[in-house]
Design a protein around this ligand. Structure first.
Ligand SMILES: Cc1ncc(COP(=O)(O)O)c(C=O)c1O
Length: 442
């Protein structure tokens, strides 16, 4: 089956140029470092578009299909604009993500609001802006939302988020669909939720069920299973409550290739399994084929993004590791310290050098765990070299922090030899702009 870009370590436009330097989107990475400084997030627009296209073509034959981008993976006004152009909707999980979408002029009818503890203010923002769907996670939210909707004389289309009881083999923190999970209604609570909406929460209109089984998934069977679980529940709800649900949202989760050991399926492979399950299980449970929503995040932007850093100090531990420090670290990419995530890197101006050694790329933060890549074989590094770490496009910037009061980096998008800033580098004045000295100390 044809490969898709989530199966590659490099962004699709990456190559070595005539100068022997790494180039992404037709831009020399060394020149990008000189122009914008480092650390710098670089997003290859061709890779994002190629992935979006793969999703659209893989599901083409299923007409009632809406792909969404899980904006938690990388949320900026640029991504909203690009996703709108690609015909994708958005999954948002906070007032901040929703606000970004609103300010970018995104089509509100194509937004789903997820999350396990939405505040009243967030729900109100969603209602006031006529959001497409709210995926209701729990009993408190059902009550709050109905109350709010009634006070505004509105009817709201919702999904009920369920815990489908499917375990996928990924890091414990990014599994969400197994039974002991903080997300969604347990299947044993679903009848009560439906009953409440039918009898009491009459401003809410259940359009369908929503589940998300986890992230960085390499298996295809779990997608077959989640579709089956949802269809089975839809059939049960039809039988027991006489409510015919029309939609299902199966979340995101498709994995990407951080290193050669990662073997995610292609988008075509998961689409085939999902469509097969839809067809056979719709028949099995006597359900009309519902509208299908998917909401991938990592697989849309992960491979497209790379982070470039400048090499600084190094330390050879006697009879031990050699540490080489970069000018960023856990503040621009917390994944290695949070999930023990492993990445691949090259030295942008020494890609072909044979003079190699094994080093540990460390960050600049005051934490021993601030390691970007452990024990990687790279050309011998010197101060000022530019290191490019691949696959940082998802959950890098969006999980970044100002730990140690380090400034958040700049992000650029590259295509056809042009680079454009999509997030400005933070300044020290911006950094302290929220600090307040109380009167008694001034
Ligand atoms: C509800 C929901 N949908 C979609 C996603 C996106 O997952 P991924 O980035 O793995 O595709 C997540 C991520 O955790 C999620 O919680």
């Amino acid at each position: 089956m044809e490969k898709t870009a989530n199966q590659s370590i490099l962004p699709i436009s990456a190559k070595i140029n005539d100068k022997g330097n790494l180039e992404i989107g037709g831009c020399d990475v060394i020149e990008l470092a000189q122009k914008y400084d480092t650390p710098l997030y670089v997003y290859d627009e061709a890779t994002i578009k190629s992935i979006c296209n793969s999703y659209k073509t893989a599901f083409e034959k299923y007409k009632n299909f809406q792909p969404m981008f899980a904006s938690k993976a990388f949320m900026t006004k640029y991504m909203c604009k690009l996703m709108q152009k690609e015909g994708f909707g958005l999954d948002v999980v906070s007032g901040g993500e929703l606000y970004t979408a609103i300010k970018s002029g995104f089509d509100m009818s194509k937004i789903v609001f997820n999350g396990n503890n939405k505040s009243i203010d967030e729900l109100e923002m969603a209602l006031d802006n006529n959001i497409g769907r709210i995926s209701v996670d729990n009993f408190l939210e059902l009550a709050l939302l109905d109350n709010l909707a009634k006070s505004k004389n509105k009817n709201i289309d919702i999904f009920l988020r369920i815990t489908p009881g499917i375990e996928c083999h990924t890091h414990e923190y990014i599994q969400t669909g197994h039974l002991d999970s903080k997300f969604g209604f347990d299947l044993t609570q679903l009848d009560e939720a439906v009953e409440l909406v039918k009898e009491q929460y009459t401003s809410l209109n259940i359009k369908g069920l929503h589940a998300h089984i986890g992230s960085q998934i390499f298996e295809t069977q779990v997608y077959y299973d989640v579709v089956e679980v949802i269809l089975k529940e839809m059939a049960r709800i039809k039988e027991k409550h006489s409510i015919e649900l029309q939609e299902m949202n199966i979340g995101g989760g498709l994995g990407i290739t951080y290193t050669e050991n990662d073997t995610p399926p292609s988008i075509n492979e998961i689409a085939e399994v999902i469509l097969d399950s839809l067809e056979s299980n719709s028949k099995k449970y006597g359900i009309n084929s519902p509208k299908l929503y998917i909401e991938p995040g990592r697989s849309i932007v992960g491979t497209a993004g790379a982070t470039i850093y400048t090499v600084g100090s190094s330390k050879q531990v006697p009879n031990g590791k050699k540490y080489v420090a970069l000018d960023g670290g856990m503040s621009d990419n917390p994944r290695p310290s949070m999930y023990q995530a492993i990445y691949t890197a090259v030295v942008a101006d020494k890609v072909h050098s044979d003079d190699k050694e094994i080093v540990t790329l460390a960050g600049k933060h005051c934490e021993s765990g601030d390691i970007i890549i452990k024990d990687i074989e790279l050309p011998k590094l010197e101060e000022g070299d530019i290191v490019c770490v691949f696959n940082t496009g998802a959950y890098g910037y969006s999980m970044s922090s100002n730990y140690n009061r380090v400034l958040k980096p700049c992000a650029v998008t590259v295509q056809n030899g042009q680079s454009s800033v999509i997030i400005k580098r933070e300044t020290y004045d911006e950094l302290i702009s929220h600090d307040v000295i109380p009167d008694y100390l001034s």
